[in-house]
Design a protein around this ligand. Structure first.
Ligand SMILES: Cc1cc2nc3c(=O)[nH]c(=O)nc-3n(C[C@H](O)[C@H](O)[C@H](O)COP(=O)(O)O)c2cc1C
Length: 197
């Protein structure tokens, strides 16, 4: 089995719910499985530390998770139209992988959750692609052959999967949002399989 890393940060659970659907899509491809990982919150108090294993949810990511994976799905809540600081903080620790071009040629995709429909899903998705392009990763979006993209009135973009969580961040994923997450996971896993063949 080859692993696709589903690496995400989620404060209130919406991005985590998307990660679960993307993982399901990955698991639908023969020989591929999802490895779910998260990152700890960052603190303004630099002495603050987290346990090395979170109390609940996915384990924290390490550089080896990135090194080992056949592909990457990167997910973050939208914060001021951009990815959340904890995820960016982790990405900023990947210089050694960049120096060795260890992620170059691996497929990648991105996903995000917002509280408002026009609150920056696309800007977040596009800006999340930037460090992955520096790493030489091959970015995948969602094609319009996934016809949910034509009709969605919640999340769903050609740049990656997205979710409209509402102002209290408590709206469940719609059926269309779930289908698009699974389609993105499948597409990523299929691309990784073809690239390694
Ligand atoms: C500091 C901060 C900035 C945010 N900025 C935006 C924003 O620009 N646009 C938006 O629609 N939602 C914004 N939100 C809301 C989150 O994107 C939204 O609640 C998201 O669904 C949370 O995902 P999570 O449940 O995975 O933590 C922001 C939330 C916080 C805490």
């Amino acid at each position: 089995m080859a692993d696709i890393l589903v690496l995400y940060y989620s404060r209130y659970g919406a991005t985590a719910a998307m990660a679960t659907q993307i993982a399901r899509g990955i698991g639908e491809v023969d020989g591929m499985q999802a490895r779910l990982r998260t990152v700890p919150a960052v603190s303004t108090v630099c002495e603050a530390t987290e346990d090395s294993i979170p109390a609940q949810g996915s384990p924290y990511a390490t550089l080896d998770d990135l090194r080992d994976c056949a592909g990457l799905a990167l997910g973050s809540p939208t914060r001021f139209g951009n990815m959340a600081a904890p995820l960016k903080y982790f990405i900023d620790t990947t210089s050694s992988l960049w120096l060795g071009a260890e992620l170059a040629g691996k497929p990648a995709a991105v996903f995000t959750s917002t509280s408002s429909l026009h609150g920056g899903q696309e800007t977040t998705l596009l800006s999340m692609m930037l460090p992955l392009l520096h790493h030489g990763m091959l970015l995948l979006g969602i094609p319009y052959s996934e016809t949910d993209l034509l009709h969605t009135d919640a999340g769903g973009t050609p740049y990656g999967a997205s979710h409209l969580a509402g102002t209290d961040s408590d709206k469940p994923l719609t059926e269309a949002e779930q289908r698009l997450c699974r389609a993105l996971g499948r597409r990523l896993a299929e691309a990784a399989q073809k690239l390694s063949a």
